[in-house]
Write a protein that binds this ligand. Structure first.
Ligand SMILES: Cc1cc2nc3c(=O)[nH]c(=O)nc-3n(C[C@H](O)[C@H](O)[C@H](O)COP(=O)(O)OP(=O)(O)OC[C@H]3O[C@@H](n4cnc5c(N)ncnc54)[C@H](O)[C@@H]3O)c2cc1C
Ligand SMILES: *[C@@H]1O[C@H](CO)[C@@H](O)[C@H](O)[C@H]1NC(C)=O
Ligand SMILES: *[C@@H]1O[C@H](CO)[C@@H](O)[C@H](O)[C@H]1NC(C)=O
Ligand SMILES: *[C@@H]1O[C@H](CO)[C@@H](O)[C@H](O)[C@H]1NC(C)=O
Ligand SMILES: *[C@@H]1O[C@H](CO)[C@@H](O)[C@H](O)[C@H]1NC(C)=O
Ligand SMILES: *[C@@H]1O[C@H](CO)[C@@H](O)[C@H](O)[C@H]1NC(C)=O
Ligand SMILES: *[C@@H]1O[C@H](CO)[C@@H](O)[C@H](O)[C@H]1NC(C)=O
Length: 494
């Protein structure tokens, strides 16, 4: 018993213990699993490694879309930036495929998932507000809900995600369209510093002053330049807000289209909407969900009246906390299904574009009905044309700031893996159809409007997202990651 006790103690770090006692030597046979053990030995006591069968393993590989979850050999939860550095050195030396996951909302397979070593950033969970600098240090493992909740007692907020569950890291490193973007720009426009573990394992703080080109690259360049452990974000005063979610039936389509088109004339930067035109097998007509936001306890009269006058299926509009508004959206009803997103920029939401989008909703709703479709929706996200004017410095995304393009997107949810490629091809075809129709209708500026990398479906050419920034991003990549360590992780690769 003494001996057994000592062994338990020695191995208690690992959850594969039953395996070891069963005398199963598969661990020694699988090189990546052995590497997981090496990582467990190398990192500090603040970090931990989990193997299949452990609930922490399941939580580590979990994604919003079940199609984005892959069975890695282990889940590594680093506890310190030094741990992240040691892990990157081991993975780089052994050329081992890996993934880095923040909030797990990527809808492209392999962007934050892997069959190799899965790094879950969940232990980077601090929120430290500094009232004198009006900044918050925010850990890379958090979702925005946590950040909003932590800042609420101070009456301040940051530029973050619009619905529940989105990760701070992927959102911010890709661009970040927020309810507050009309006032303050994208998430990338409000980062003051990144704490970054470079691909060679060295820890650095990247600011405009310390390394302007890396600062530029991290603002849209996702996981190309290393692993971010902490963001220093600008904060803004936050009162209670007004808004929520309303569902309308297709019988009111004309009125909804008119209200959405008319909303583009609103110049108040505190107001924003997302109108999602959806089709779901349960209903023979389109369903439109409108999320409304006003950054004060009550909106001035006029702004939302046209929507409020339309008979609704259900509504939860009201005065509430920012966090409550974010959690009022029905987006989580699609969690746990297979998912694909595709962005399609649009310059102006006109009656002609509305007609094309409604046709797409019905066309694909019917076409995909017998292919385990759960939901297809086209999100019309109305921002002010000045949304890109809040930053004079260049950022990796967006590559252009003088065109007020809107980052519309298609989201599909379905059940059966058998149809994964059908849905991929459907959103590619549908976005191309709308793009071409919009250009035919006179929106020629779209040929210079980028696709938002956080919405783009896998296979999208880098130039369609990063445009003329691509050469600079490639040069930066060659400087910062000459051994291409980050190339071992999936995502958009420069
Ligand atoms: C339901 C839903 C709603 C959304 N709403 C919005 C919205 O309102 N506005 C908007 O702009 N976008 C929105 N998006 C898109 C969202 O911005 C992206 O999915 C984003 O990538 C999510 O970040 P994450 O941390 O949750 O993702 P993850 O899947 O964890 O990561 C995404 C990418 O970032 C990389 N990454 C993660 N952590 C790090 C790190 N610490 N260092 C380096 N790289 C890292 C990953 O490797 C991966 O390539 C939404 C997506 C969904 C599914
Ligand atoms: C060892 O583990 C592998 C994989 O989990 C399994 O297929 C095999 O049957 C096990 N062998 C023994 C002797 O338990
Ligand atoms: C808060 O910000 C002020 C002003 O920039 C700075 O002097 C101070 O050191 C910061 N405090 C902490 C705890 O970082
Ligand atoms: C929508 O706008 C069009 C064009 O202005 C108009 O003809 C139509 O009556 C409006 N429909 C509704 C329901 O408001
Ligand atoms: C509707 O959409 C389909 C698929 O994109 C397209 O082939 C068709 O021409 C569209 N119909 C109209 C009337 O726009
Ligand atoms: C779905 O229906 C179409 C005809 O509407 C048919 O061509 C297709 O094969 C069907 N797909 C499946 C998977 O049943
Ligand atoms: C898909 O899954 C959802 C949730 O589990 C279920 O409600 C729905 O009936 C399924 N739809 C199809 C088409 O299989």
């Amino acid at each position: 018993m003494r001996c057994r006790h000592a062994l338990w103690h020695a191995l208690s770090l690992y959850s594969f213990l039953p395996h070891v006692f069963a005398g199963n030597n598969t661990l020694a046979q699988d090189p990546i699993t052995s590497l997981c053990v090496e990582i467990a030995h190398s990192i500090s006591s603040a970090g931990q490694v989990f193997f299949p069968g452990d609930p922490s393993y399941d939580a580590g590989i979990f994604h919003f879309a079940v199609s984005s979850t892959q069975q890695s050999k282990c889940v590594v939860e680093p506890g310190t930036p030094e741990d992240v550095g040691k892990i990157l050195v081991i993975l780089g030396r052994t050329r081992t495929p890996f993934a880095v996951k923040g909030g797990g909302h990527a809808t492209n397979v392999g962007f934050s998932s892997t069959l190799g070593v899965h790094i879950a950033m969940s232990r980077f969970s601090e929120v430290n507000y500094n009232s004198s600098s009006q900044t918050a240090d925010v850990g890379a493992g958090l979702v925005w809900d946590d950040v909003y909740a932590a800042l609420e007692p101070f009456g301040v907020n940051v530029v973050g995600g619009r619905v529940t569950g989105i990760g701070v890291a992927g959102f911010t490193l890709g661009g970040g369209y927020s309810w507050k973007s009309n006032q303050f720009g994208l998430a990338v426009d409000n980062v003051i510093a990144f704490e970054l573990v470079l691909p060679n394992g060295r820890i650095t703080t990247v600011t405009e002053k310390s390394d302007p080109s890396l600062f530029f690259g991290l603002k849209g360049g996702e996981n190309n330049f290393g692993i971010v452990t902490k963001f220093k974000l600008k904060t803004f005063p936050q009162t209670e807000v007004w808004g929520g979610s309303i569902d309308f039936l297709g019988s009111n389509l004309d009125a909804i289209n008119n209200a959405t088109i008319a909303f583009q004339a609103v110049t108040d930067p505190k107001a924003a909407i997302i109108a999602s035109y959806g089709s779901t097998p349960a209903l023979p007509e389109p369903l439109v969900n409108v999320l409304m936001f006003y950054d004060a306890p009550n909106p001035p009269p006029g702004i939302f009246d046209a929507f409020l006058a339309i008979p609704s299926l259900d509504s939860n509009i009201g005065t509430r906390s920012f966090l409550s508004l974010v959690q009022s959206a029905p987006s989580n009803s699609l969690q746990g299904l297979r998912s694909v997103y595709q962005g399609f920029p649009i310059l102006s939401f006109t009656a002609g574009i509305a007609e094309v989008i409604v046709n797409e909703t019905l066309f694909w709703g019917e076409r995909l009905l017998n292919q385990s479709l759960f939901d297809i929706s086209y999100s019309v996200e109305i921002f002010l044309p000045s949304v890109y004017s809040h930053n004079s410095a260049k950022t990796a995304y967006p590559p252009v700031r003088n065109i007020g393009f809107q980052p519309f997107n298609i989201a599909c949810a379905w059940n059966s893996s058998e149809f994964d490629s059908v849905f991929h091809d459907a959103v590619v075809a549908s976005s191309a159809h709308i793009h071409n129709a919009a250009i035919a209708q006179g929106q020629t500026g779209l040929t210079r409007s980028p696709i938002y990398p956080n919405y783009a479906v896998s296979g999208t050419p880098l130039a369609d997202m990063y445009g003329s920034n691509l050469p600079a991003l490639r040069a930066l990549k060659a400087r910062v990651d000459p051994e291409n360590v980050m190339g071992l992780a999936g995502g958009w690769k420069f």
